[in-house]
Design a protein around this ligand. Structure first.
Ligand SMILES: Nc1ncnc2c1ncn2[C@@H]1O[C@H](COP(=O)(O)OP(=O)(O)OP(=O)(O)O)[C@@H](O)[C@H]1O
Ligand SMILES: [Mg+2]
Length: 235
């Protein structure tokens, strides 16, 4: 899917996302908060990556910008060779739906649909094979037995596993997870992380967490402090 480039030394198929001098300020009445300050980083095309840092250091803000959910105050995000800035809001929405998958702290599922239907709903509408693909994915993730259950009949850990499958349903380039284990006990948290990390050979998995135990297997850990990238830990 990545564009072939012959004339640019900057372009590399090895990175899927680049943040360039990324700044985000929140303006709230007469108060301005600089959530991110000229932050540069690169997310490789494949792998399992962590983002850590104290509360308020800008982790969620960074995910919002990398995924195009928010627009930076300054700087830009490049997805492969395209700046997200150059896209309209509807193009960004389409991009999020087709190229990215999301897992948040709370598993939001539609209550009137079964687990399987929730996952199918997220899969691309133009894809005829999607039901088979979703069944295979649920099998691979060990959640086939949950397929017909409604969210109200699932535990928190089970719901989050369904959300992980939903995030993979489109075979996205990047899966973003913002504290996906924060509402789970350690065992369920590890399971969710293990399932997420299985995607590392197909795309980039970017996980924000406070718990270093969830990142023992990560390729890189980006440490944020007060809106800047303090250091990168390579494993
Ligand atoms: N909507 C908002 N309006 C004003 N300030 C905000 C808003 N959202 C975040 N901030 C501020 O921006 C900074 C970064 O917030 P962000 O949510 O990105 O941090 P975080 O690292 O994800 O924190 P946590 O670990 O608590 O989730 C903080 O100082 C926060 O108070
Ligand atoms: Mg946050």
């Amino acid at each position: 899917m990545s564009a072939v480039s012959t004339n640019s030394t900057e372009h590399s198929s090895e990175k899927v996302l680049q943040a360039k001098k990324l700044s985000l300020s929140y303006f709230d009445g007469d108060q301005t908060t600089h959530a991110l300050r000229e932050l540069n980083l690169e997310i490789p095309t494949r792998g399992f990556f962590g983002i850590m840092g104290p509360s308020g250091s800008g982790k969620s803000s960074l995910l919002f910008l990398l995924s195009g959910l928010k627009q930076p105050t300054e700087g830009e995000v490049i997805l492969q060779d395209r700046s997200l800035r150059s896209l309209s809001e509807s193009e960004r929405t389409a991009l999020r739906r087709t190229r990215f998958g999301f897992v948040f702290q709370q598993p939001f599922l539609l209550n009137y649909l079964s687990a399987r239907e929730n996952i199918i709903l997220a899969a691309r509408t133009d894809d005829r094979d999607k039901e088979n693909r979703v069944d295979t994915l649920m099998f691979e993730l060990g959640i086939s037995a949950l397929a017909q259950r409604k969210p109200a009949h699932l535990s928190g850990g089970e719901k989050q596993r369904v959300v992980v499958a939903r995030a993979m349903a489109n075979m996205p380039d990047v899966i973003f997870a913002d504290e996906p284990t924060a509402a789970l006990d350690h065992v369920n948290g590890r399971t969710v992380i293990e399932l997420l990390s299985r995607y590392r050979d197909r795309g980039a998995v970017v996980v924000v967490t406070h718990d270093p135990a969830m990142l023992t297997n990560a390729d890189h850990i980006f440490h944020l402090a007060d809106g800047v990238l303090e250091r990168i830990e390579y494993n």
